[in-house]
Every structure is written in structure tokens, then in C-alpha cells.
Design a protein around this ligand. Structure first.
Ligand SMILES: [Zn+2]
Length: 105
């Protein structure tokens, strides 16, 4: 499911603010081609975290919520951790799941 235009703009703004705040500079550039225009790939990714290579996929297991960002010139794609960027509120279901796990411990 793709993000709406409004949601995408809101998230891009949050990401820009977070990068500027964390690097202390504005005008982030692509490390490959130095272009300064980026787009979101249209959503988030949740990479599954595994405790060993070759392990089976655990549905409902721990994930790494990330925002894929694409350079509009060369296509360089990199992933920023959504939690570190302060976008945790974009993952309400996952946060709820974590609370459920705590209750069961
Ligand atoms: Zn680039």
C-alpha cells in the first residue's frame, strides 16, 4: 500500500528535520552523485531480524522498521531507521505488539 501524497510530504519533512538536527547541517547530498533531491519509495520496510544465519522466518518476530529513501538522479537507495528518526508513531500496531509481549513475560 502506497502512502498518500500528504503523508509522504509529512514524513519527508520529519526526515529532513531529523537529518538536519542530527548532522547539524542542511542540504543533505547523495553520497554517490551529490544530487540533493530524494523521494520516498512509497512506504516503510520492516526487515526481519534473525538471531542466526539460515534461520527460518518468524511471523510476528522482531523487525527493523526503516524508511527507504531514493536519490532521484542515480537511484541510490538507502534505509534510515524509523525509530531513530522519531517516526515511531507511524508504527502503532508494532508498539502495541511490544506491550502485549511485555505483559506475557
Ligand atoms: Zn544519487
Amino acid at each position: 500500500m502506497a502512502l498518500s501524497k500528504e503523508k509522504t510530504e509529512e514524513i519527508v519533512k520529519k526526515i529532513e528535520e531529523a537529518i538536519n538536527r542530527k548532522t547539524g547541517q542542511t542540504g543533505f547530498k547523495c553520497p554517490i552523485c551529490t544530487n540533493d533531491k530524494f523521494s520516498l519509495a512509497g512506504g516503510f520496510t520492516n526487515d526481519f531480524l534473525m538471531d542466526r544465519l539460515g534461520g527460518g522466518l518468524v511471523i510476528g518476530g522482531p523487525v527493523l522498521p526503516s524508511v527507504p529513501i531514493v536519490c532521484t538522479n542515480c537511484g541510490n537507495t538507502f534505509f534510515l531507521n524509523a525509530r531513530v528518526l522519531g517516526l515511531s508513531e507511524e508504527f502503532p500496531k508494532e508498539e502495541k505488539k511490544k506491550e502485549d509481549v511485555k505483559k506475557n513475560e
